[in-house]
Design a binder for this molecule. Structure first.
Ligand code: FE2
Length: 203
């Protein structure tokens, strides 16, 4: 078994103008694919050859930084594609109530994601996460992930320059504003909250 390149769950031009087809082609077809290919090359014929991606992330953490980086980036990108959607949605039900309890409302949460995402130094990820229903905004650096440790991730936004440079040059706040206002998949966040366990990367 090898790790697959998770297909985009929408057409390549479906997130435009927030994220262009050109950016998705490169980000998914080159960057994500390279992480998948390097993960598969590293596990081939070894003890993790038949492991799930989550197992590879957990077992390489702290012991094989090269494999961890590629496996965690593979997982993070799959979770990121699922965190985006072409049709605008709004938090409903239990998710809306949890946002209200933890942040005071959606506007406050959106503001915190925008600020923390913009201020995050260099490459990484900004997450909405849940610890038994208490929601928080988390940041991870480089390939670091919530795939196997920490609070349960509900949504993520990629902060690496390759996520926005073709569309926005160096202006990360414009990318964050476009994503936060137009293409965040709140239904996916609600599913992750209801499940209470981490999302798993499709085999
Ligand atoms: Fe990325």
């Amino acid at each position: 078994m090898s790790i697959s390149l998770m297909p985009l769950p929408y057409a390549r031009d479906a997130l435009a103008p927030a994220i262009s087809a050109d950016t998705l082609d490169t980000h998914h077809g080159k960057h994500h694919k390279a992480y998948v290919d390097k993960t598969n090359a590293a596990i081939a014929d070894g003890p993790l050859a038949d492991a799930s991606l989550e197992e590879i992330v957990a077992r390489s953490r702290g012991s094989n930084q090269g494999l961890f980086n590629n496996a965690a980036q593979t997982w993070n990108h799959g979770f990121y594609w699922a965190s985006l959607a072409p049709a605008p949605s709004r938090p409903q039900g239990d998710l809306a109530a949890a946002i209200e309890r933890s942040f005071g409302g959606l506007d406050q949460l959106t503001q915190e994601l925008a600020t923390r995402g913009a201020d995050h130094f260099a490459s990484g990820w900004v997450w909405l996460a849940s610890n038994n229903g208490a929601l928080s905004v988390e940041e991870t650096h480089d390939a670091e992930t919530l795939a196997d440790a920490g609070p349960v991730p509900l949504l993520v936004i990629d902060l690496w320059e390759h996520a926005y440079y073709l569309d926005r040059k160096n202006v990360r706040p414009d990318y964050l504003e476009a994503v936060l206002d137009h293409v965040l998949n709140w239904d996916f966040a609600a599913e992750n909250l209801a499940r209470g366990r981490r999302w798993t990367y499709p085999a």
